[in-house]
Design a protein around this ligand. Structure first.
Ligand code: ADP
Ligand code: MG
Length: 461
């Protein structure tokens, strides 16, 4: 680990390069499906590999924005499964003519870091997530209105705490506040997870002074998904001090979480009461009306971007809105699926087309948890759950354990460390090893492939 931190941003030697881009592309195809892969991801090339980030080549600015706004998180997650030290992806727009010349000249490559405008930093605010693009409805209008008020009167509601379930627009609102305020303020926008990453990195580099300065100099501090600090005591300690010193100097703090402050698990009481000390606003699940509004707006956006007509009749729109039950991220995912289909097949869809397209999607959306996976796998192999989670290494236990870890990574949104914890507190590197092993075996071994498919279908049935 130490080695990684020291070598940050340093170009690594040929032998240290670990990414085989074709493998990564193949994983994109599997994760995103052939339609998205063929239209978009296939065209991404690997330009440069650094220890902690990579530079990817894309054909146009529009292409880059499209990928970044829709798939960046998942792309990063996928590439990370091949290269753990990665924490950032940058994009370079490659002139198509040059792209055809096999490889770029070395001195051209060296210019990459200097061409600031064509590089997109993973950490920056996303211009697509603005107030303008945020559609309001009953479930989110209060959150929207206070987010705007914060922009008018800094530190009137301090902190502003937005809470709501996954995919309901919290990050979108935080990002909008950041965009609105960034011209006249020193805005810091970071997820609690990234905050921790920087924190640990600074401890390792013995550089806490810089860390403290860096975060405490902001006049607007926006932190996403604060629930992540659960159970991490030293991180909480640091956050508490950062929080207090920012409030003392009159900086605005905006926080999001999947639950209200008092319901945060394994978080110090003094932090909870600090978090609850400003204004706490809920975002609820969208009603039908809001979902329809969002679908129509998205269609309009896509039409403008592609300069092409997408026709979904009201009946189809209503169907999509009423079928997607849980959240807006899912709704947009489903809509993209339907639109991709109608573009590829060049036809106007009716309800029964939609039903067919979405059959798969809905079964994937059925909530699959690590617990369910562990139960399904242990039942399938006829071993007990405690045997599967035990430290014993005999193959009849170790393989199912690895399969369960693999499925947990593929079928839930849990991070590697979280999955490790649920397997009797194993380290995330054990999970990575399991994922790699099973990925390889399921490609080579038909029996393994069959087992995995059967367990999967038991889970989504
Ligand atoms: P959360 O952070 O609460 O999990 P996000 O902010 O990431 O959710 O929202 C998920 C997706 O839904 C994003 O693509 C976001 O732009 C979109 N979205 C959520 N709410 C709205 C809204 N009211 N209007 C337009 N898009 C929205
Ligand atoms: Mg979010």
């Amino acid at each position: 680990m130490e080695k990684n931190f020291k070598k940050q941003n340093v170009i690594i030697s040929e032998e240290e390069k670990t990414l085989i881009w074709d493998d990564v592309l193949e994983s994109f195809r599997k994760t995103f499906g052939s339609e998205i892969y063929n239209s978009w991801l296939q065209k991404i090339s690997l330009i440069k590999e650094y220890n902690d980030y990579i530079v990817l080549g894309v054909p146009t600015r529009f292409f880059r924005d499209w990928i970044v706004s829709r798939y960046l998180d998942k792309i990063l997650e996928q590439v990370k499964s091949f290269k753990m030290s990665l924490n950032r992806i940058e994009f370079k727009i490659i002139d198509e003519n040059k792209q055809n010349q096999e490889s770029l000249k070395v001195d051209e490559l060296n210019k990459v870091t200097e061409i600031k405008d064509s590089l997109l930093n993973y950490n920056r605010l996303n211009p697509a997530l603005s107030f303008e693009n945020f559609i309001s409805g009953k479930s989110n209008e209060i959150a929207l209105s206070y987010s705007k008020k914060v922009c008018e009167h800094i530190s009137r509601y301090n902190p502003l705490y937005l809470c709501g379930g996954v995919g309901l627009g919290k990050t979108h609102l935080l990002n909008s506040i950041g965009l609105e305020l960034q011209d006249n303020n020193n805005v810091m926008f970071i997820s609690a997870e990234r905050f921790m990453y920087h924190f640990i990195k600074s401890i390792k580099k013995n550089d806490m002074v810089n860390f403290k300065d860096f975060f405490r100099k902001s006049s607007v501090f926006i932190i996403d998904d604060i629930q992540f600090i659960s159970g991490k005591d030293s991180l909480q300690e640091e956050f508490f001090h950062t929080f207090n010193s920012l409030i003392d100097k009159g900086s605005q703090i905006i926080i999001s979480s999947d639950r209200s402050p008092m319901k945060l698990d394994r978080v110090q009481e003094r932090i909870k009461s600090r978090l609850a000390g400003g204004l706490v606003v809920d975002i609820e699940s969208p009603d039908l009306e809001l979902k329809i509004k969002i679908i129509k707006k998205k269609i309009e956006e896509i039409q403008n971007q592609f300069k092409e007509n997408i026709i979904l009749n009201d009946e189809v729109i209503n169907y999509i809105a009423s079928e997607s039950k849980t959240n807006i991220r899912e709704l947009i995912g489903i809509l993209n699926r339907v639109i991709a289909f109608s573009r590829v097949h060049n036809k106007n869809l009716n309800i029964s087309d939609c039903k067919n397209i979405l059959k798969d999607v809905f079964s994937q959306i059925k909530v699959i948890t690590v617990d369910k996976i562990q139960n399904a796998v242990s039942n399938y192999f006829n071993i007990s759950l405690s045997e599967m989670l035990s430290q014993r290494r005999s193959r009849p236990l170790a393989r199912p354990r690895q399969i369960a870890m693999f499925l947990a990574k593929k079928m839930t949104s849990r991070s590697l460390p979280e999955i490790g914890r649920r397997f009797a507190n194993r380290d995330h590197t054990t999970v990575i090893h399991a994922v790699k092993t099973i990925t390889r075996l399921s490609e080579q071994d038909d029996e393994m492939k069959k087992n995995i498919n059967q367990i999967k279908s038991l889970l989504i049935e």
